[in-house]
Design a protein around this ligand. Sequence first.
Ligand code: C2E
Ligand code: MG
Ligand code: MG
Length: 693
Amino acid sequence: MRRHAWVVYVCVGLSAFFAWQLVPALRSGPVFDTIAAVAPLATFVAVRLWRPAVRWPWYLFAFGQALFVVGDVISANDGRLFGTDVAPQWLADLAYFGAYPSLIGGVFFAAVTEEAARRRNEARFASLVRHSSDVVIVVGADATVRYVSPSVTRILGHRGGDLQGKRFHDLIHPDDREIVEDFLSVDREEADATQPSRAEFRIRHRDQEWLHVETVRTNLLEDVNVKGIVLNTRDVSERKAFEDQLTHQAFHDWVTGLANRALFKDRVEHALQRSARDGKPVSILMLDLDDFKTINDSLGHAAGDRVLIEVGDRVRNALRAADTAARLGGDEFAVLLEDGGDGVGAAEVAVRILSSLEVPIQLETKDVFVHASIGIASADDERLLGPDGADELLRNADAAMYMAKESGKSRYQVFEPAMHHTALQRLELKADLQRALENDELTLYYQPVIELATGRIEGFEALLRWRHPERGMVRPLDFIPLAEETGLIVAIGRWVLREAATRGRELQERFPSHPPLHMAVNLSARQLQRAEFVDEVAEVLTETGIAPNDLMLEITESVMMEDIDRSIVRLAELKELGVRLAVDDFGTGYSSLNYIRRLPIDVLKVDKSFVDGVNDGGEESALTAAIIDLAGILKLRPVAEGIERADQLEKLLDLKCELGQGYYFTEPLPLDAIADLLASEHVYRTPATPLAS
Ligand code: C2E
Ligand code: MG
Ligand code: MG
């Protein structure tokens, strides 16, 4: 009976164990839940009481085994245990009855605790996945979606169920599909097939937008619990946008949004490489705005920027989509023409750009006109298709651009090899000019201004000369534009003013005359734009001691009219100091008489071009007469420039022109020669003073 009983117990126990293992319903029913609730409690108590008792189900099982052995031993020894008589029957029965529940309970509780632990782990994992910022996607070997974590709704807008069974590739941006195909094609044989790897691609949000995601792939196809490729996907759109912005900034001009020099050069290099392969012509256009500095200095940088933006837009609009427009810096733009970019095509583009700039640019306060000079260079020489071709092509276009500027602005010029030499010289001159002031290479010559009726020297005009160590004397028209371009004109102009005033004062002291000798100094546009200029003139007056009335500032008509409002203010400030003001090269600009009347001017210098034809009886002489009359009406003293012949002088005297200068009397002379002239009390011969030597 006793033996029979434990067989029944074992059968019941084993059936319960297998039923537990094999029938899932049991494990999720209320029975399980009750036991599962008790088991952790018991485990908890056991852990607290005695740490090794964590495995208490197994100890219970062992205890059952022990009771069973004790019962068996008692039965086998007929109630005797260790030689003692111990009321055998009931004790053996007790052992048996205790043994079987312990054995079965041990096994049962072991199963329950294990299941509870598994469930806890699962719940913890599910919660981690749910709250993770990543989307976890499991795809099968055929790339269909098997599982999507709930976070997919937050990140991609989809509900998990929407995606299940779909092909993962269908969610990917067409341009990135190849990347993803490679990424998902895992080779099971590969040793590191299960090693995570990373990729970035674009995935479609439910609202059809593309998100940039970074995905870590773990191949768990061989893992029986997963049997798939696990993709941990994170939205990196913001980071990507920031990276793109940084990259954009590194390669684009922030004012106009066009390509910058680095990107442009890179594009040119690539275009030349392609051209070497397919023979399609490549041309570049180099575009420089004429007089942009004046706009920038007179209207401020914000207005300057707006002009650049507008010019950038117009250049871009004159191109086809495949062409590249760039701003290389300052007021310099460039265009790369590929495919169809031969000389003729490039010239057409240049014409389009130039005509688009004919329309004035509207700024808040006023409309401004900008003009550009364009140089064109084509890679028609095989040499240019080599690695250094880009630099040379850019240099060629630059040289052509300078030639366009020299030959009158607002035009284009196609590069010719002879231009290299000119461009090179210009560059050298520019570099040399930086050192000219420090090296004392600049000097002033003085051209006497003569009272035409008497031949007496009334004063001088200071004219700048550059004694270049290799080139000899360089004329101002050859380097003043360079000085204006580089901004050096400000320092040079300051020096000229101080030097002329100092020398003028010295001459006055050495040769006191009545009226005192005046000194005229030429100003450039940039000097006049600076508000500090007035203070600088005041300082020079105090330091040199020259009377303000003896210092005359010459400003060309075009500079004066460029920004008439500012000229009115600045000239009034200068006039307050007491200096005299002259309009230089009068007649060559587009003065409005109305303005001339409003400007505080003392002297009108009639341009040489009028003086040249003063005696021809034609238009020039009529105009010269009109200008001299006008000066009289406006109470301005006229000075005729560039008198070369006696007949001109006679005519000018007839017209009652008071003052004049020109080679007829003398070329500009160095200071020593001027001092000699004054020392000898030289009087020039004029028709009015026929006996003077
Ligand atoms: P400008 O102020 O109209 O000066 C007159 C120019 O005509 C001078 O040329 C002078 O040498 C030249 N000239 C005088 N008489 C005759 C003549 O009878 N025949 C001919 N063919 N030419 C004559 P230069 O010295 O070469 O100066 C040219 C221009 O350079 C000046 O024109 C002036 O605008 C500018 N310039 C000269 N010095 C300075 C300076 O210190 N600062 C600035 N900003 N500009 C200057
Ligand atoms: Mg002058
Ligand atoms: Mg002049």
